[in-house]
Structure formats: structure tokens, C-alpha cells
Design a protein around this ligand. Sequence first.
Ligand SMILES: Cc1cc2nc3c(=O)[nH]c(=O)nc-3n(C[C@H](O)[C@H](O)[C@H](O)COP(=O)(O)OP(=O)(O)OC[C@H]3O[C@@H](n4cnc5c(N)ncnc54)[C@H](O)[C@@H]3O)c2cc1C
Length: 354
Amino acid sequence: MIVGGGQSGLAAARAARDAGWEPVVVEGGDRPVGSWSSYYDSLTLFSPAAYSGFPGYGFPGRPDRYPSRDEVVGFLAGYADWLGVEIHTGTRVVDVTRAGTGFEVHGEDGRVFRGDAVVAASGAFGNPVRPTFPGLADFSGQVLTVAGYRSPERFAGRRVVVVGAGNSAVQVGYELAAVAEVSLAVRSPIQFVPQVRGGKDLHFWLRTLRLDLLPPSVLARLFRGTLVFDNGRYRAALDEGRLDQRPVFTGFTETGVRWADGTTEPVDTVIFATGYQPSLPYLAGLGALDPNGRPLHRRGLSTIDPGLAYLGLEFQRTFSSNTLRGVHRDAGFVINALAGRIRAGAPLIDSKGK
Ligand SMILES: Cc1cc2nc3c(=O)[nH]c(=O)nc-3n(C[C@H](O)[C@H](O)[C@H](O)COP(=O)(O)OP(=O)(O)OC[C@H]3O[C@@H](n4cnc5c(N)ncnc54)[C@H](O)[C@@H]3O)c2cc1C
């Protein structure tokens, strides 16, 4: 049973099918295309087409172009058809329970599915992080998360602060700066990485130098914080003052924000681009989550239940875990490990993986 019909759920279904299982995907939305259709309108992939396809199912078109959001939606819909596995759309999973040696997966619509193992692949887009700040409740301006942002028109002429230093914060801030006065409010300075180096896209180097395969612990030692892919335009916009980055504000006033240097400024809109957390309330009954609702797992395998696994978690196994190019590698690992654990009636691994 696979919860979620995005790239992660489809990759899990592919790996399960190839392992001789009968995967069933249960998707809350009306199409098995994940959250891509809800991303902002101007989004283009940070990976060229050549690095955005799936094994045996490449991304169409010129390999060096950066596909649009809608192309990804079409690509995933085509992949789901091509897979030919059982997919139920329009059923949001609300609970997963143990039943004998397997599981029951309960839909909001009353449907119940039974299976030997569960892969939770429901993404994080439905659960954007919105940090709290003093005074936020009394702020009279507009506050939203980047998950709710689609296009710049309705922000024209406004003073906008985008909180965050990742790819979404920079892309949205840059786009808004064409119509609005924009500051990026950051905890630490934005770290740009050139999209192209030595005439090759960054993804060529990630693959060639095998950086894509590095475990998160090694990465954390190499890089501090998020890297923002840039072909030069974002850094130029900052250098030319078309938008600025400054230390994040310390709190809200009724009409604006209080900056770190103590000055206050009226602001119309604050957009939090501060990341996402997996949303897995349907696993709470299994005791599979920590007190903050995060999955207890090691490399995607539940440390609580041998029949439960995850796919599409950020840095689940490597830098590329939660990407189009990396998810099938993780899917193969997770399905093989699940099969082994179930076959062997394997004991649970503890949180240290012993
Ligand atoms: C703005 C943005 C840009 C990105 N750009 C890139 C990029 O350029 N290249 C790249 O490789 N990666 C990119 N990513 C990262 C990643 O590839 C995407 O987030 C991708 O959508 C993750 O796929 P997923 O299947 O794990 O999750 P999702 O796409 O979120 O899919 C999860 C699915 O689960 C369903 N679901 C959720 N809860 C339930 C439930 N309870 N019951 C049933 N169904 C449920 C949802 O409806 C959804 O269809 C980007 C991410 C974001 C947010």
C-alpha cells in the first residue's frame, strides 16, 4: 500500500512492481501527479531534462533545457499510465492500522485497503513551516507561506518581505522584485552555487563527482545551510539592488516588522519560504511518529514497524533523495529492505540503526 501518488509514490510502485509485488497507490488528489500542479506558475526545474527523467522513462525534449512545472505534471501523468499499476485517486488516507500480519489503510471516504506493507509517500507540501515571531498575531498586513504563492500580479506596488534563504525564497523574491519592493529576510547569507560550471550544468558534476550519493551527515560537514542554484541572475539582482537580503526581523509591529537593528518599517506582505515538514497524521495511531509528528526512521525504514517505510523525505538517504533524479534509487532500496524485513520477520532496528 502506497500513500501518495506523486513522484515518490510512483517510484515506490515501480520498485514494488519490479520486485513482484502488487502495489496499490492511494492518492488524495484527482490525479497522480503529486504537488507539482500547486507549485508557483513560473517554476522551471533546477535540473535539466537529461537529469529529471526516470529509469527507462526519460524526460522528453532537448536534454539541456529546464522543463516547466506543467511539463512535469504531464510527465508524471504519462509515467503513471505507463506504469500500469493500481492507482486510486480522490481518496485521502486518514488512518493506517495494523491488521494481523499486515495493515489496513483507511480513506476519508470510508474505503479500506489491505496490504502487507505500507510506504508513506505523501510529501510535505501540505505542511509548510511557518515560524512564530513576537507580534505576529497583531500584524494587520498579509501573511502567507510560499506554498500559497502562484504569481506576482496581486503584489504589484507592495512592500514585500520574503523570509528564507533557499531556492523558493530566492526565486519568488526575484520574480516579485519586478513589480514590488522586496527584501529577503535571512538567518544566514544566501549561498549561491553556479548552475553551470566549465560549460556543464551542476547536475553533471553532482553525478560525475558522485556528490548525489553522499549521505546527509557528510553533506552537513561540507555545506552549511541550503544551496541556491543560480545562473547569475539572482546574484546580479542582489548586487544591483533590485532586491536586498538582510538579517531576519526580530518581530512584527501592528503595521510592519522590527528589523534586527531595531528600526521598524511598514510592510504590506510577509511570505514565509521556510521549508516544509512531512505531514503524516495518518500514521499517528501506529506510534510511528515523534512528538513533533516527524517519522521515526532510518534511511526511510521505520524504526517502529518493520512493515512501514517512507519515500521522498528530504535527505532520506542522500542529497538527491527528494528529487526527480534521486527518488527511484531510494525506492529500490526501501522496497528491497521491506521485502527482506517481512520475509525474515526481521526484528526492528533501533533509532541508531543497530
Ligand atoms: C517549489 C518547489 C520546487 C521544486 N523544484 C524541484 C526541481 O526543480 N527538481 C526536483 O527534482 N525537485 C524539486 N522539488 C522537490 C521535489 O521533487 C518535489 O517537492 C516533489 O513534488 C516531491 O514529490 P513527492 O512525491 O515526494 O511529494 P508530492 O509531490 O508532494 O506528492 C505527494 C502526494 O501525496 C498526496 N497525499 C498527501 N497526503 C495524502 C493522504 N493523507 N492521503 C492520500 N494522498 C496524500 C498529495 O496529494 C500528493 O499528490 C521542488 C519542490 C518544491 C516545493
